[in-house]
Design a protein around this ligand. Structure first.
Ligand SMILES: Cc1cc2nc3c(=O)[nH]c(=O)nc-3n(C[C@H](O)[C@H](O)[C@H](O)COP(=O)(O)O)c2cc1C
Length: 393
């Protein structure tokens, strides 16, 4: 039954359902959940659903091509896999498997600095350099070391995450005992693990080691996951300002994308600091609950930038139709987070490939039925006026 369900999964919802059956509860909720009451999480995808397309007919769409460009890099569709911390726990050696799927499907993969697999392992699996994501750490020497290593390993695009000055409040994690290192938290997590023996064997035991490989040089004992987490929590630097971004700009010779911009004012500051682009994002609704969806912010940010910087968007993108809508509102491309996490957990690398094929096919069909053949032809005229107000301006 489960085999068939995996083989014939056709949407993000299918993968989500399968992932829920496979993962321990605390891990599924870590992926699935958002901050506080999860209003922004819900808005991210609800706002995509509010956007209506305009169906066009009789326009010779026999040459539909989804190939596009993301920050100067060709891609089979304008989509990249977003950085997800601890993805090496969603399936055995998860980041390496997902990066390999992304490479086979011709889209970029982003490795989180708090991923489980090292850059070396990811590059060996995918045979192409990935994008690398980093937060500002208090110890700037470590930041420089990590950047030097990423550059030496061939990474040329840095996603620098700016929306995590402090960690958002994730109630599901609290409820699952994720923040309790004591015996009660351990007992509760063990109980949850015992409900998922297949995951426990495949990932929990055979998928080791489970430390944050790209930061492991910073600690004497990287295998001590609790010690590592405490170190990392202490390293997150809430005092970061735009001056640090200017400093970062000098350190990183490759493409610098600021991830987690949501407001026009900040988008203009990013331009001022010499960024090469941005990811319009609210961290998938995991940080500040109550902010608007990223897609609702897209038209005003694109308009303010006036083509001076490429804008990628993430948050709530669940299909090729959503990709089309984001492009119509002026994004150069999108990142997907939870969808690849669910697919990876549900069926490993083949499922991530199947998911990406699905996105591509949906985008191609949407293009054809909206009457366009190429990505550059997608524009605001393909959307109807909606409560988000996208087509004016
Ligand atoms: C489980 C999980 C872990 C994440 N870890 C990171 C991370 O390490 N670094 C980062 O910049 N963003 C992280 N994000 C945010 C994603 O990169 C992305 O912004 C978000 O998932 C997009 O929304 P979506 O999940 O609705 O597609 C994480 C998101 C999830 C769901």
């Amino acid at each position: 039954m489960s085999l068939f369900a995996r083989a014939f999964a056709a949407s993000c919802c299918d993968y989500r359902r399968l992932a829920r059956r496979r993962l321990p509860q605390f891990l599924f909720d870590y992926i699935d959940g958002g901050a506080n009451a999860e209003q922004t999480l819900a808005a991210n995808s609800a706002d995509f659903r509010q956007l209506q397309l305009r169906q066009r007919v009789l326009r010779d769409v026999s040459q539909c091509d989804t190939a596009g460009e993301l920050i100067g890099q060709p891609a089979s569709l304008p989509l990249a896999l977003a950085p997800l911390g601890m993805a090496g726990l969603f399936a055995r050696r998860g980041e390496a498997r997902a990066a390999s799927a992304a490479a086979r499907c011709g889209v970029p993969f982003s490795l989180s600095s708090v991923g489980i697999c090292s850059l070396t392992e990811v590059h060996a699996a995918s045979a192409q350099p990935c994008w690398f994501q980093l937060y500002m750490l208090r110890d700037r020497n470590i930041v420089q070391d990590v950047l030097r290593n990423a550059w030496a390993q061939g990474c040329r695009t840095l996603l620098f995450t700016v929306d995590l000055a402090v960690a958002g409040i994730r109630r599901r994690d609290q409820r699952n005992g994720m923040h309790d290192p004591g015996w009660r938290g351990r007992c509760y997590k063990t109980w949850q693990l015992l409900q998922r023996p297949a995951w426990l064997m495949d990932v929990g035991l055979l998928g080791r080691p489970h430390h944050f490989a790209n930061l492991s040089q910073c600690l004497a004992n990287p295998a001590d996951i609790n010690g590592f987490k405490a170190w990392l929590d202490a390293q997150f630097d809430p005092s970061v300002t735009w001056a640090d971004i200017r400093w970062l700009r000098q350190q990183w010779p490759g493409k610098l994308l600021l991830k987690g911009i949501l407001e026009v004012d900040d988008a203009l500051l990013a331009l001022d600091c010499g960024a090469d682009g941005m990811v319009l994002s609210n961290h998938g609704g995991r940080q500040l609950d109550g902010v608007s969806s990223s897609v609702a912010q897209l038209p005003s940010v694109v308009q303010a930038l006036g083509g001076r910087l490429p804008v990628l968007l993430d948050g709530g993108v669940r299909s090729g139709v959503d990709v089309f809508k984001a492009l119509a509102l002026g994004a150069q491309g999108v990142l997907i987070g939870r969808p690849w996490a669910w697919a990876l957990a549900a069926g490993g690398q083949p499922a991530v490939e199947q998911l990406l094929h699905g996105f591509k096919q949906e985008l191609a069909v949407t293009m054809a039925l909206c009457g366009v053949n190429r990505i550059e032809q997608i524009d605001r005229q393909m959307l109807r006026q909606t409560p988000l107000g996208p087509v004016s301006g």
